[in-house]
Write a protein that binds this ligand. Structure first.
Ligand code: DI6
Ligand code: FE
Length: 405
């Protein structure tokens, strides 16, 4: 006997090779047992009456059911805010200028260091809850606003705790190489050695599921990034990269060389970088909220990524500077409007490909037997509505590991 079954709705399975757009099953049924998907298919193929197969029968009344959404790139544990920097940018200062003048990421580092774990958790909670209210069931959270061992571990602990106290799967990423902290000003090479020295401790703490870096003119060089990645590899931690966001430093190819789970941003990525990503199976994570906030004009190379068959994910980049974003539905809309993704590609970006960018491709991101039973249920007539509306949330219900929330 299954724990529960959902019937009478339409399923966007997002499964590969289904043949139908969105992997759709009209008049489908999906059953959960012990937190996993036990059965999924057309209602008429069910091996008996639903009441005889499951302890609880949920009726979808024609609604659409999708995999729970995945936000695979966030920095949402931080102290303070950067509204003032927003005002400075409106007066003409650029993101890079503010960073070089000691503002930007470093100003959030000061506020994050000053906050204790409870305060950081309390500040992050409403941001996560806003994402969860739109059908998100899995998020990634990066550190990177502590920039010393204890402060980075503090951020990662807060992220883990949020995953324990809220109905969401949290994957954590150590982003020690996010910026040069004030005490290392003009000593970036020394700081990178400090990050390398942190790696075994971070790995042993079990608080980080992956390692990321900011490879950029205002971040770290490709050589410094490679140092960090080698240290991660020595500890068996997978890597991801903030690559080619503001300039082309060959970040995508570098990420691919280390079999990165994902390379993120990619506005300035070249054809070579894309070919390398296709080879290594690295997911391209596009972040339209940062593109929009920074009024970037260079489009990420969507057509070339498609041609090369690189999986494209979409994420919020939720952070206090370049993407004060807490809506993944808005990111789906922007991915279509700004980057010309199709609604189906955008939805794949926050389901199957988002899961893949977190190394969760085998367990999350599609409605397939054996995967975790994380669902979002929507009051919509067609999946394209998730991309089409701006600022409207049609979520009707959510299911986390088989439990209706
Ligand atoms: N690129 C980003 O989009 C975020 N970090 C990064 O390296 C921005 C972080 C911030 O501005 O606070
Ligand atoms: Fe980011």
């Amino acid at each position: 006997m299954w724990d529960a079954i959902w019937i009478g709705g339409r399923l966007a399975t997002m499964a590969a090779n289904s043949g139908a757009p969105y992997g759709a099953i009209e008049n489908g049924a999906i059953a959960a047992e012990a937190g996993r998907i036990a059965w999924v298919g057309p209602l008429i193929a069910l091996p008996g009456p639903p009441e005889s197969l499951a302890r609880k029968v949920h009726r979808l009344d024609g609604r659409w059911l999708t995999p729970g959404l995945v936000d695979c790139h966030t920095h949402l544990v931080y102290g303070g805010d950067r509204a003032q920097e927003f005002e400075q940018r409106l007066e003409g200062a650029s993101y890079a200028e503010i960073a070089r003048a000691g503002g930007g990421i470093v100003s959030t580092v000061r506020a994050t260091r000053a906050a204790d774990e409870d305060a950081l958790g309390a500040a992050a909670k409403p941001r996560i809850e806003a994402l969860l209210a739109e059908g998100v069931t899995t998020i990634e959270i990066k550190s990177g606003y502590g920039l010393d061992l204890d402060q980075e571990l503090k951020q990662l602990r807060v992220a883990r705790r949020l995953g324990e106290s809220l109905p969401v799967t949290v994957k954590t990423t150590f982003l020690g190489a996010h910026a040069v902290p004030p005490e290392y000003r003009d000593r970036d090479a020394d700081y990178i050695e400090t990050v390398v020295a942190m790696m075994p401790v971070v790995a042993a703490s079990g608080l980080a599921d992956a390692v990321d870096a900011f490879c950029e003119t205002i971040g770290f060089t490709p050589e410094q990034t490679a140092r960090v990645f080698e240290a991660a590899r020595a500890q068996g931690l997978p890597v991801k990269l903030h690559a080619d966001q503001l300039s082309d430093l060959g970040g995508a190819a570098l990420a691919a060389r280390f079999q990165a789970l994902s390379a993120d941003h990619l506005e300035y990525t070249s054809e070579d970088g894309i070919a390398a990503m296709a080879q290594s199976g690295t997911v391209a994570v596009l972040l339209p909220g940062a593109f929009y906030t920074l009024r970037e004009t260079k489009q990420p190379p969507v057509e070339a990524l498609r041609r090369a068959g690189v999986p494209i994910a979409i994420a919020s980049d939720s952070n206090p500077g370049s993407a004060p974003v807490t809506s993944l539905l808005l990111m789906i809309n922007m991915a279509c409007t700004l980057f010309r993704l199709t609604p189906e590609e955008a939805l794949l970006g926050v389901t199957r490909h988002g899961a893949q960018a977190l190394g969760l491709g085998a367990s999350h991101g599609t409605l397939e037997t054996g995967k975790v039973a994380d669902f979002a249920i929507w009051d919509i007539e067609r999946p394209a509505e998730l991309a089409y509306r701006v600022g409207f949330n049609p979520l009707a219900a959510k299911v986390k590991a088989g439990v209706a929330l």
